[in-house]
Design a protein around this ligand. Structure first.
Ligand SMILES: Nc1ncnc2c1ncn2[C@@H]1O[C@H](COP(=O)(O)OP(=O)(O)O)[C@@H](O)[C@H]1O
Ligand SMILES: [Mg+2]
Length: 405
């Protein structure tokens, strides 16, 4: 049902090939750039003006993407060939209806729906696909939460059914009903939407984390699924990723297990495009599926330095029906995300760029976000090296020069 693309053309004229990005953050910006390079017309939608991808788009729109009528009205006006969701906070109802009318939603509306919902995703991955995961239980109210925590054991994590960037996650250290009830209320009050459901997960001791970038594309033989060398990353106990690197330094047996998890979940979700499959390696040696994003992944920004085709180039080729001969790993590389702790600085200055970029093999992406808020990611350092260690050291040195003010 997915066809090879026969031609590309000129944007802004009658027969242009058009993509619409729903969400225009830093990952969307790189997707937009890759689409621009192929002469594709790029329309970017977000909830605020001058989001990163809007700077490299032909047109931009500012709407509430959780409002189904707003999303549908825009799509009907623009009639894009491909709709690329870049964030989770999009009306699923709109995507499903648009898909049923014949619009192509990446990777497909069902996959978007499953992946944005921790409960649906966990049931799908563990119970349907049969992947290994952390122990888990679900709860609908605070009494059930107490029971579920006891069942899963301690320490455990309460997470709202829908949220991103660690919003509403609470770690529970011991069986204490009052604390658990408070934690449950905190979790649901930080959820996206009105759901009162939560997942309770066994809190595992992490040895490391992987993102297996796995993609489905149209080959000569039909749709094929492939994965990149796993990206390894570390968060230093924070919810946001800080450092990522490629290739991983873990054993090939472990990496094979991680890749198999990637291929299995992505094949079950279907469609076209790249997926960031998050996999845990625990201190006791378990390789566990954690979650999947049906889109490029922030930790995958390192592929802009390491791979022949970045995760963004792969995504664009895949969703357009273009071929993807397996991209080579060109170099060991590392990325470090630069966050700000400043509130409400408009057009902030990114200082230290001369010193950072003066290091051989170091590159920088400045996202161009119009204003800051605490913990907002503003830029990323990319570094190549002869080894991962060398790349990481260069990236750390470069990051130490950067100041946002
Ligand atoms: N069950 C768990 N045990 C240990 N650490 C976890 C667990 N779940 C999440 N984490 C940590 O929190 C991070 C964010 O959790 P995740 O479920 O991926 O949420 P998000 O949707 O915000 O990315 C993970 O990358 C990992 O570092
Ligand atoms: Mg995650």
């Amino acid at each position: 049902m997915f066809k090879k693309r026969e031609f590309l053309t000129t944007p802004m004229f009658g027969s242009s090939v058009k993509v619409m990005l729903l969400g225009g953050g830093e990952l969307g910006k790189e997707v937009a750039i890759e689409a621009q390079r192929l002469g594709v017309e790029v329309v970017v939608v977000d909830r605020y003006d001058w989001a990163p991808a809007m700077h490299v788009a032909h047109r931009r729109y500012i709407i509430d993407m959780l409002n189904p009528n707003a999303v549908k009205a825009l799509v009907e006006r623009e009639k894009p060939d491909v709709i690329i969701p870049e964030v989770e906070a999009i009306s699923y109802e709109a995507l499903e209806e648009l898909e049923s009318k014949g619009f192509f939603v990446v990777p497909n509306a069902r996959a978007v729906k499953i992946a944005m919902n921790r409960i649906e995703l966990r049931m799908f991955a563990a119970e349907q696909v049969g992947l290994p995961t952390t122990k888990y239980a679900f709860a609908l109210n605070s009494d059930e939460a107490v029971e579920a925590c006891d069942k899963v054991g301690y320490p455990c994590l309460i997470k709202p059914e829908m949220s991103s960037s660690g919003h509403g996650h609470v770690k529970i250290l011991e069986s204490n009903p009052n604390n658990i009830k408070k934690a449950y209320e905190y979790a649901v009050s930080h959820a996206r939407g009105k759901s009162r459901r939560v997942i309770i997960e066994e809190f595992v001791d992490l040895e490391t984390e992987f993102t297996v970038l796995t993609y489905r594309y149209v080959s000569d033989k039909g749709v094929e699924t492939e994965s990149c060398e796993p990206v390894e990353h570390w968060r230093y106990g924070r919810y946001h990723y800080i450092e990522s690197w490629q290739p991983s330094t873990k054993s090939s047996a472990i990496l094979e297990k991680a890749r198999e998890i990637g291929i299995r979940i992505v094949n079950a979700l279907g469609g076209l495009g790249i997926f960031g499959v998050e996999v845990f390696l625990t201190k006791d040696g378990r390789v566990l599926f954690s979650e999947v994003a049906p889109r490029p992944h922030d930790t995958g920004m390192v592929t802009m330095a390491s791979q022949e085709l970045s995760e963004f180039a792969i995504h664009v080729r895949a969703v357009l029906g273009l071929p993807i001969p397996k991209p080579r790993l060109l170099s060991s590389a590392a990325s470090i995300a630069i966050y700000t702790d400043k509130e409400n600085l408009w057009a902030p200055r990114i200082k230290g760029v001369y010193e950072a970029m003066n290091i051989e093999g170091v590159d920088l992406r400045v996202f161009g976000k119009p204003y800051t808020y605490r913990d907002r990611r503003m830029a990323v350092i990319l570094a190549r090296g002869g080894t991962v260690e060398e790349a990481l050291n260069k990236a750390r040195r470069a990051a130490s020069y950067i100041v946002i003010e």
